[in-house]
Design a protein around this ligand. Structure first.
Ligand SMILES: [Fe+2]
Length: 276
């Protein structure tokens, strides 16, 4: 049984928050407003906050539970785990809970919240903040924390010929993954994804990147795990930023899948960015 939660907001660090905020404004049509230490970028259903700090690092990811009953279940689940103080200036609902994963990434969980209703350039189609990814040198420990402690569900794993875990895709509701974990030499933020409603939207977003001369650095392709079509651009700090559509909706009780560690797994249509 999934947690019944969804990603609500990502907060990342950047050595140059203004440059990063301008990038997300231009590429993803998000408004920018000053926030403590940086900027808050908003579009309909998507919020990305950027504060001054080390490059390629997450400040926190915020998940909202879908209903009061599942929020109470989550509070009971984490009772007894070590909670972490919320960041200074955190403006989410009272009672929000913070927990750090084995790499020190802060996950914040909140009672139900309404989706952000910020306006955007009306020529751009919808795209909702849906998942993000982290790189980690401690993949088995990270998988155990998210599944056994927090209740995330493993949708698909990637293993090399020796049986070592190389990537994991974890869901918090029916959507295939809200969090992806990639084995890598260092712990850092990898990317966030905005989910568009259909193929036509992908085309419009792609044409938008062409119009503003923002090169697509990976894709368009289709991921094996999740079966979503995607493309990615790269922000000024080198973080990948994804537009995706058609992500798999998992039936209750879906068994975890197993994929080979090869380029085809991350892109059924061609080349891939392997993190290790
Ligand atoms: Fe992704």
């Amino acid at each position: 049984m999934e947690l019944q939660a969804a990603l609500h907001c990502l907060h990342i660090f950047s050595p140059d928050p203004l440059a990063a905020a301008r990038f997300y404004g231009t590429t993803y049509g998000m408004t920018q407003e000053a926030a403590p230490g940086g900027y808050r970028c908003r579009g309909p259903g998507r919020v990305l906050q950027i504060s001054e700090g080390p490059v390629n690092q997450l400040c926190y990811a915020q998940f909202a539970l879908h209903a009061d009953a599942v929020w109470q279940d989550f509070v009971a689940r984490v009772d007894g785990l070590a909670l972490t103080a919320l960041p200074a200036g955190f403006a989410g609902p009272a009672g929000s809970l913070g927990l750090k994963d084995p790499d020190g990434n802060l996950m914040v969980f909140t009672p139900p919240m309404t989706a952000d209703v910020a306006s955007q350039n009306p020529t751009l189609p919808p795209a909702t903040l849906q998942h993000f990814a982290l790189r980690t040198p401690n993949l088995p420990a990270m998988l155990a924390f998210y599944t056994e402690q927090l209740g995330f569900v493993l949708s698909d794993a990637v293993r090399d010929p020796e049986g070592n875990l190389r990537a994991c895709f974890l869901r918090t509701d029916k959507l295939h993954h809200a969090l992806a974990l990639f084995f890598a030499p260092i712990s850092c933020f990898d990317h966030q994804s905005f989910e568009a409603p259909d193929w036509h939207s992908m085309r419009v977003w792609g044409d938008h990147m062409g119009t503003i001369r923002e090169p697509i650095v990976w894709g368009i392709g289709r991921h094996g795990p999740g079966n979503d079509v995607f493309f990615m651009v790269r922000d000024p700090d080198g973080n990948l930023a994804e537009i995706s559509a058609e992500i798999e909706h998992c039936a209750p009780g879906r068994e975890a899948g197993l994929w080979a560690h090869e380029e085809r797994t991350l892109n059924l249509w061609g080349k891939a960015i392997l993190r290790s």
